[in-house]
Write a protein that binds this ligand. Structure first.
Ligand code: C2E
Ligand code: CA
Ligand code: CA
Ligand code: CA
Length: 274
């Protein structure tokens, strides 16, 4: 047992070392990635359950790394947040997403994810205003998705920022609803325009009793608070049927479409109902 134990440690060491190295390397290569044009946005539609048409597309960041190919955001956004690079990258995302949305039909909005780190910087409101004015996008067609982490620390300050953003005319959505500790409480502190139920609650539908109860509750809550209700991660017809019968306004998920490059999403929007 002892010898195999040592072997295990060695392997662990090697793996740890490799991981640290990619982490370090990513930190370094990420500095130039923006200037080199290695980031791109893919877009995933949210489909209105009333019209079956695309009502909004969520911008999702991708990194086309010269050696490693396409890297998922879960792999590099935490590093971008740690280094603060998420601030310039986030400004680029805002500009790029608004630029694309300005070419879509007026009924289609764009949703942009904001990192809590972006709220620590004075110029967030200015960056959003700049993206809007540069592209002349109607502010009502820009939705900013935040998670409750934004309200967790420095909540006073961040609430003020949210109000400032709201004054620009944009919509504010609470993302990943239900995954945090106090999602419910935050609905009281800020009048969100939209709540997006996290895919964790959709996965075991239609049979999961707890998930079903939560999904039902959120639908009712959203309706009575006058918020648009949406659900992410819908992959099957059975899941769609539940969400539809509970009266949600819109759905997002692989059942309708995966995130697609800008050129392909434009075609999908033009094709009409899904
Ligand atoms: P999120 O905002 O909750 O985005 C939803 C994630 O679920 C996306 O993963 C999307 O591709 C995936 N997804 C959509 N439909 C389905 C489905 O039917 N089944 C399954 N299994 N997954 C589905 P993605 O693109 O890898 O993004 C992961 C997370 O990275 C996002 O979670 C968001 O927190 C963050 N992120 C992505 N783009 C940005 C960005 O531009 N800025 C910031 N700050 N964060 C971003
Ligand atoms: Ca999101
Ligand atoms: Ca989400
Ligand atoms: Ca999520």
């Amino acid at each position: 047992a002892k010898s195999s134990g040592r072997g295990t440690y060695k392997l662990f060491d090697v793996a740890m070392h490799a991981q640290l190295q990619t982490h370090q390397q990513m930190k370094i290569t990420m500095r130039d990635a923006l200037a080199k044009g290695e980031f791109e946005l893919h877009y995933q539609p949210l489909v209105s359950l009333e019209s079956r048409c695309v009502s909004c597309c969520e911008a999702l960041l991708r990194w086309r790394h010269p050696d490693r190919g396409m890297i998922a955001p879960s792999e590099f956004i935490p590093i971008a947040e740690e280094t603060g690079l998420i601030v310039p990258i986030g400004e680029w995302i805002l500009g790029e997403a608004c630029r694309q949305a300005a070419r879509w039909p007026e009924r289609v909005s764009v949703a942009v994810n904001l990192s809590p780190v972006q709220f620590k910087h004075r110029n967030l409101v200015r960056a959003v205003a700049k993206a809007l004015s540069a592209t002349r996008l109607d502010p009502a067609r820009l939705q900013l998705e935040i998670t409750e982490t934004v309200l967790l620390d420095e909540s006073e300050h961040n609430l003020e920022l949210l109000q400032d953003l709201r004054r620009l005319g944009v919509k504010i959505a609470m993302d990943d609803f239900g995954t945090g500790y106090s999602s419910l409480g935050y609905l009281r502190s800020f009048p969100f325009d939209k709540i997006k139920v996290d895919q964790a609650f959709v996965r075991d539908l239609p049979h999961g009793k707890e998930s079903l109860a939560i999904v039902k509750a959120v639908a009712g809550l959203g309706q009575s608070l006058g918020m648009t209700t949406s659900v992410e991660g819908v992959e099957t017809e059975d899941q769609l049927a539940v969400v539809d019968s509970e009266g949600f306004n819109e759905v997002q998920g692989y059942l309708f479409s995966r995130p697609l490059p800008a050129a392909e999403i434009s075609k999908l929007i033009a094709a009409g109902s899904l």
